[in-house]
Write a protein that binds this ligand. Structure first.
Ligand code: ZN
Ligand code: ZN
Length: 111
């Protein structure tokens, strides 16, 4: 990594962004396991956990102050590359009210 220029590093960031946008989608995983779960008689959405991780904050309960998801993802990558210039401003996730998860709507309907 010694001979990398900053533009090459930026290229890595974009590449990593595209890559993670493709594989990070938990929906793919959820889609695959949904058929397994239904065959096991488990809840398709949560696998009988009765909880679903918040997609906004990924279960953390707080989100970056900055805008769209794609930018947050890019910031994650930049931070992981060791560039300390990105300020870490975390605010409580409004979507889950910083709980990080929701009760599973499929399960709660049944009970
Ligand atoms: Zn459920
Ligand atoms: Zn959340």
């Amino acid at each position: 990594m010694e001979n990398l220029t900053s533009s090459e590093i930026a290229g890595f960031g974009v590449g990593a962004l595209l890559l993670s946008a493709t594989i990070a989608a938990p929906r793919v995983d959820a889609f695959i396991s949904a058929s397994q779960r239904s065959s096991l008689g488990m809840c398709k959405r949560c696998g009988d956990l009765r909880m679903i991780a918040c997609s906004e904050c990924k279960g953390v309960g707080s989100v970056r102050k900055s805008g769209p998801f794609s930018f947050r993802l890019l910031e994650d990558i930049i931070e992981s590359l060791g560039d300390g210039s990105t300020p870490k401003e975390l605010i409580p996730c409004m979507r889950c009210r910083s709980k990080g998860r929701f009760p599973c709507s499929s399960c709660t309907k049944l009970t």
